[in-house]
Design a protein around this ligand. Sequence first.
Ligand code: HEM
Length: 137
Amino acid sequence: MDRVNEIRRGTLQEQTFYEQVGGEETFRRLVHRFYEGVAEDPLLRPMYPEEDLGPAEERLALFLIQYWGGPTTYSDNRGHPRLRMRHAPFTVDRAAHDAWLKHMRVAVEELGLSEEHEHTLWKYLTYAAASMVNTAG
Ligand code: HEM
């Protein structure tokens, strides 16, 4: 008999996407690489109000960790994400959207995930970025 059939029903726990891709370390690597791109970006860098990008990096990492099924530290600290509202003070136009995704693309590729995981993550990020645009042009 196939070994998997010997496991008592109901005891096989589904792993979250967060766990499947390597947990906290993977999301920290992703966001760290992303902010290395932002730090050098002439359009995006001036949008970040704080001199130090560290706290912004922490917020995005904790948000993504929570979104994909990891600990809920983001909401424990920041409450409901309300991301569109939190982006309202910033001009998120087509150019900002494109720059954000450009740096995210580099960061995602460097993770070296399986094709399926990469596709799932990228689909979400492109969808989320499009929904954050709040300024035409
Ligand atoms: C489309 C282009 C985007 C631009 C130009 C942009 C820009 C910004 C800026 C300037 C901030 C403020 C920095 C801070 O205080 O944390 C911010 C915060 C944040 N962004 Fe974005 N963002 C974009 C898309 C996204 C997307 C797609 C997500 C989610 C997948 C996201 C998640 C966040 C989070 C979680 C925060 C911190 C919110 C908080 O708790 O205050 N952003 N973003």
